[in-house]
Design a protein around this ligand. Structure first.
Ligand code: HEC
Ligand code: HEC
Ligand code: HEC
Ligand code: HEC
Ligand code: HEC
Length: 160
């Protein structure tokens, strides 16, 4: 018991803090600017059913403002090019887990006390996103253990 608690406490303080650098992005999109401007996470990341993915917004959504806002900026000209060519903006992914792992966004944000910040940090304060929170198997299992959710291998890895 004491060993368990010690491992738990020290495991958490001394866990390697992986500060992954921010990837290069095709446009200098700032969460801080846009959230401060009054946009809600779910307007851009709506989690359509079945809720597995939060999804990224299409350029057409961005252009609903940028048709008019900051048109003179070369970055917005670039954004307009993606839009006019009907091309997806090639964002570099920040959080990504392998396809063989089951994960559902909607289920997780409906858990008491869990929100976007729990797994992604204070996004609304960031100009540039980098992976500042762990989403590896250990991080998943730590929370499942703490909250009494299953840690059965098949819960995350096979047809249940
Ligand atoms: C609700 C309106 C709105 C939407 C939707 C919106 N933006 Fe913006 N965006 C703004 C405002 C306001 C600014 C700040 C303009 C300024 O600095 O005066 C801005 C600034 C920017 C800038 C910085 C431009 C520069 O050169 O300073 C970029 C890049 C940008 N937005 C990209 C995007 C992208 C990509 C999307 C879609 C994912 C998007 N915006 C959606 C309103 C919006
Ligand atoms: C105006 C639209 C917009 C709003 C509002 C917005 N986001 Fe985003 N989000 C984006 C775009 C565009 C990207 C891709 C560029 C990037 O990674 O910065 C992104 C990327 C992300 C990512 C990284 C995805 C990955 O794995 O590559 C996370 C996490 C995220 N947003 C969370 C949030 C949260 C939490 C909020 C609310 C506090 C929020 N976003 C509000 C447009 C938005
Ligand atoms: C329990 C942890 C957890 C919570 C809570 C969470 N996310 Fe995620 N998020 C992840 C993981 C894990 C991934 C990578 C998923 C993948 O690669 O399939 C991810 C990926 C993303 C992406 C990339 C695009 C996508 O659809 O996969 C966006 C955007 C995102 N999250 C936004 C949000 C927003 C907004 C919230 C709050 C409403 C949120 N997340 C809450 C763990 C979480
Ligand atoms: C902040 C705590 C927390 C984190 C982090 C977390 N989970 Fe969960 N997860 C839960 C809880 C609590 C449940 C039970 C939800 C319920 O039964 O309503 C759950 C349920 C699940 C389910 C079952 C959902 C369903 O569709 O029935 C899967 C699969 C899952 N988590 C995978 C993951 C993976 C993979 C990660 C890491 C990338 C992860 N979880 C990270 C708390 C968390
Ligand atoms: C709560 C969700 C969850 C549970 C439970 C879980 N895993 Fe995982 N597992 C993950 C995630 C997420 C990854 C992907 C890690 C990454 O690559 O970022 C993963 C990756 C793996 C990998 C790939 C190699 C690696 O370490 O990256 C193996 C093998 C694996 N898990 C085996 C297992 C076994 C065996 C069990 C049961 C003892 C188990 N997993 C239980 C979420 C889970």
């Amino acid at each position: 018991m004491i060993l368990c608690i010690t491992l738990l406490l020290f495991g958490q303080v001394s866990a390697p803090r992986i500060q992954r650098p921010a990837p290069d992005q095709p446009l200098p999109f700032s969460h801080k600017t846009h959230v401060a401007g009054g946009l809600d996470c779910k307007q851009c990341h709506p989690m359509p059913d079945p809720g597995d993915f939060a999804t990224l917004p299409p350029a057409s959504f961005c252009m609903s403002c940028h048709q008019a806002v900051k048109k003179e900026s070369p970055h917005i000209a670039r954004l307009a090019e993606f839009h006019n060519a009907a091309r997806k903006i090639p964002w570099a992914r920040v959080y990504r887990i392998p396809d063989y792992v089951f994960f559902n966004h909607k289920k997780h944000v409906s858990v008491d006390g869990v929100n976007c910040e729990t797994c992604h940090g204070p996004v609304a304060e960031r100009d540039v996103l980098r992976r500042e929170k762990e989403v590896g198997m250990q991080a998943c299992m730590d929370c499942h253990r703490a909250r009494g959710a299953s840690n059965d291998c098949l819960y995350c890895h096979e047809q249940r």
